[in-house]
Structure formats: structure tokens, C-alpha cells
Design a protein around this ligand. Structure first.
Ligand code: FE2
Length: 375
């Protein structure tokens, strides 16, 4: 069963660092067993694979969860001095691996190193009865890494060493389809360095720049640049804090994450009203924007297919650009530290990131910061 390669996307022919798409995201967490239940019951992911003592892995457990093209791996250590345990002690639950699906992992790795990337681990080929997978990894911001995954000769449930599993209760998918973009928060002054890294090492292009005039409220500000790979399937916005009157949400993140890391993962749906309705019913909590947000929506956004009252009821945000419009909403952080969260996005032509919502959104985050005493 190799669900993700049924209709194989390909890299753009002129791409100097060909990537087919996102392979998976791996979180290092304190209690993978319980987190896996949250992803199944609240987020609608199916449990598809497992590795741990029962499968011959002695030092860690990993649960693999899947919804359409999105694959999330949750890993916990079984010993206190384990790399995964140390990562969790430092950062809390967070994204360790943004894995990229490539045709030739060794070649991609060597190209990256030649262009200045730092190695996280050298190429290795893993085998089991389902075939073989070659993995290699390079470092990116903070302690985050990009694993390069070559899986054309593999038809197992995830990677060699993993066994297929099924959720033990009926999971109701909520309509999440694929990863739209993954955002990194980096320290003050580091944004351009990481943008250059993606440009030089992986041949990404700079898509958009937001300065602190685009993204600021009365109190806090940030700057952001979005880079994208050749086929456009991988988009990495990089944020850094800018000077404001109070502590920005990026500074709060960096303080609690103890460094740079993944801030949010945006996942796409074809029906945000249905998706968010289901997620809310399952207990996922979202950022709140006041009713006044909706007052100028008809004027600002023009005609939309969705019923504005329904969007208002679910607190979904709307923005338009020259290509169309988009609907989006942000969860609150999905672990105790105010760090990683999810964005749910439905694109109706728009290729941008909801600039018209930044102010309302950051004011919503500031209300949460104020409650936490970190503004
Ligand atoms: Fe986003």
C-alpha cells in the first residue's frame, strides 16, 4: 500500500533541486500514544503504521497517521537520555523533521552539501520485505531538519521497520487534503540568512516579502519572506520578530520553543465550513476574531460562494488577492507551550497567504498572549 504515489507529482524540469512534494512531518513529543489519539479523534487522521518495542525498535515509539496526502509521524523516546527526550525537554512537543520526497536522496544530499548545507545524517538505505528506502538529511533553522526520502522502490506502510496498523475506533476524516505551507520562526536578524539558504542550497525562489508595515498591530510586529520550490508544491514562509511596543508573538514562540522552529503547518481543505465544523465538534480550539471583523468583509472581499453567516459562526477569515480569494482559520497551539499550531486553508484561486487578515489575526494572538501574561 503506497497511497502517496498513486498519482505521482513530478518536479519541475528546470528545478535545480528537484522535490516532488512533502513526504511527512515528524513531531518529537512527550507521549506519542496520547498525541496519536488527538490526531485521530480531533483532527481526523487514520493510524496507518507503527514502530516500537513490538516491532523490534528498542529506544523509541513512532505512530504514523495519515489523512489524504498528509502524513504525520509522532515519536517519543523510551529512555531519558535519548536524543528525542532531550529535544522534548528543550523544545516541548514540536516539529523535528520536514521530510521532502525526492527521486534520488543521495544525489539531493550531496548537491545540498556542495551548496553549503550542513549534514544531519549521511545517506542510508533501509530494507524490509516491502522493498527499500534511501534517507539522508540536512539541517535547517534551529534543531529542525529536512530528511530527503527516496521511496520509489518501496511499497510498505511507511518506512522499513514500520508495521501497518489501523485505528482501533472508527475515525471520521475531516477533509484535510495536503500540506499547503510550513512556516518557520527564526531569531531577529536571521530571516534573510534562511531565505538565502533555501535559495542557494535548494534553488527555491522568493515569492513574497512582508515587512513590519504589512504585519503589525499597535503593539507587535514581524517580518516574513516566503520561499517556494520549482514545482510550487513546497512553500516555506520564514518569520522574524520586528521591533514593536510589546513582545511579538514570534519572540514569545522563540522564548518558549527555546530557539527557531516550525510555527505553523497550513493544511488544505476543499470545504472549510465542513472541516472546521467537524474539528470544532471534535474539540479543536481555534483563535477567535471579534464579530466586527465581518463588518467590512463584503466590501473588502466582494462576492464569495460561501454563506457569510456560516463563516462568521465558525469564525473563518476571508481574504482576496488578484487571483481569487481564500478562507482560513488558525488553531490555538496544539501543545502546552504556546508554539506550534495549525492553519486550515481553502484556496479559491488565491495564491497568497491572507495578508488582509494579518491585523485581525495578530490581535487575536495578542489576546491569547495577554491571557498567558506574555505580551
Ligand atoms: Fe500560514
Amino acid at each position: 500500500m503506497q497511497v502517496l504515489t498513486e498519482s505521482k507529482p513530478t518536479a519541475a524540469p528546470t528545478d535545480s533541486f528537484p522535490i516532488n512534494g512533502t513526504d511527512h512531518l515528524e513531531f518529537y513529543v512527550g507521549n506519542a500514544k496520547q498525541s496519536a489519539l488527538y490526531y485521530q479523534a480531533a483532527m481526523g487522521f487514520e493510524w496507518v503504521a507503527y514502530a516500537g518495542p513490538e516491532t523490534g525498535v528498542r529506544d523509541r515509539v513512532s505512530y504514523v497517521l495519515q489523512q489524504d496526502k498528509i502524513r504525520i509521524v509522532l515519536t517519543s523516546a523510551l529512555t531519558p537520555d535519548h536524543e528525542v527526550a532531550r529535544h522534548v525537554a528543550q523544545h516541548g512537543d514540536g516539529v523535528k523533521v520536514l521530510a521532502l520526497w525526492v527521486d534520488d536522496a543521495e544525489k539531493a544530499y550531496l548537491t545540498a552539501l556542495e551548496r553549503g548545507a550542513e549534514s544531519a545524517f549521511a545517506p542510508k538505505t533501509l530494507r524490509d520485505e516491502h522493498g527499500e528506502v534511501t534517507l539522508a538529511a540536512i539541517k535547517t533553522y534551529g534543531d529542525t531538519i529536512h530528511t530527503l526520502v527516496e521511496r520509489s522502490a518501496y511499497n510498505g506502510p511507511f518506512l522499513p521497520g514500520f508495521e501497518a496498523r489501523k485505528s482501533v475506533f472508527p475515525v471520521q476524516p475531516v477533509g484535510l487534503k495536503y500540506v499547503d505551507h510550513c512556516v518557520g520562526n527564526v531569531e531577529l536578524g536571521d530571516m534573510n540568512r534562511w531565505v538565502k539558504f533555501y535559495q542557494d542550497v535548494m534553488g527555491f525562489k522568493l515569492l513574497i516579502t512582508f515587512d513590519d508595515k504589512d504585519i503589525s498591530t499597535e503593539y507587535t510586529a514581524l517580518m516574513s519572506k516566503v520561499v517556494s520550490n520549482g514545482n510550487g508544491y513546497i512553500k516555506f514562509p520564514i518569520n522574524e520578530p520586528a521591533k514593536g511596543l510589546k513582545k511579538s508573538q514570534i519572540e514569545e514562540y522563540i522564548e518558549f520553543y527555546r530557539g527557531a522552529g516550525v510555527q505553523h503547518i497550513a493544511v488544505a481543505t476543499d470545504n472549510i465550513i465542513d472541516t472546521v465544523g467537524r474539528m470544532r465538534a471534535n474539540g479543536v480550539d481555534f483563535l477567535y476574531v471579534p464579530e466586527t471583523y465581518y463588518e467590512d468583509v463584503p466590501e473588502r472581499v466582494g462576492h464569495i460562494e460561501e454563506n457569510l453567516e456560516e463563516l462568521k459562526k465558525l469564525n473563518i477569515l476571508i481574504d482576496r488577492d488578484e487571483d481569487g480569494y481564500l478562507l482560513q482559520i488558525f488553531t490555538k497551539p496544539v501543545q502546552d507551550r504556546p508554539t506550534v499550531f495549525y492553519e486550515i486553508i481553502q484556496r479559491r484561486g488565491a495564491k497568497s497567504f491572507g495578508k488582509g487578515n494579518f491585523k485581525a489575526l495578530f490581535e487575536a494572538i495578542e489576546r491569547e498572549q495577554a491571557l498567558r501574561g506574555t505580551l
